[in-house]
Design a protein around this ligand. Sequence first.
Ligand code: TMP
Length: 222
Amino acid sequence: MPRGLFITFEGLDGSGKTTQIKRLAAWMQKRGHSPVLTRQPGGTATGDRIRALLLDSGSTPVAPMAEMALMFADRAQAIAEVIEPALAAGQIVLCDRFTDSTEAYQGGARGLGSETVLALHRLVCGNLQPDLTLLLLPSLESSLERARRRNERQIAREGTNENRFEQEKEAFFSRVWQAYRDIAIRESERVALIEGNLTIEDVHEQIVEAVSERLVSIPWTV
Ligand code: TMP
């Protein structure tokens, strides 16, 4: 059984990842593949509990090192429970965020440094690397605006917003944005950088192009 494909999606809060993962999954389904969809933090029962601890805006403060360690605890569980078994069974895994998120948010924005994150990745995740990472990087202003609107809708609907990160200041997201760009430049073989304020359709087309061009082991024609 040939090993499956591991595809990750990255970007700031409000970059449109969730919409694009669904679009790509539908595109693959039309071509006879049933990808496994998962997300981080979360995606397993243990991971969902870690997610609540990390993101709940009502929870007590979490120190940056503890935050990073929890992200990796969640990831180790997801690799063991979901990602590795699916890849071993020859399936395609579409994962909403992976270690690039930790490098951008904890390494870059929280200032823990890339080396610390990459060292933990080697230790905790056996250095598992995606076959392809789709990094959605619209301008910082449009990501912030989208995240703000989503936040307001959630507060109006539920009286609270789930995400502690979305309460961070603009300077924090500017550091995340820059760290993502640095990763894309350093790892240009793995990371397809989709930049600019494009329509949902245009982003989808660029994603399909990257998948077809870079993952040639699967013939993607219908
Ligand atoms: P999302 O699932 O809606 O994208 O939200 C997850 C939040 O968690 C997002 O603000 C980014 C943050 N995050 C990190 O800070 N580090 C990580 O390693 C991951 C996976 C997520």
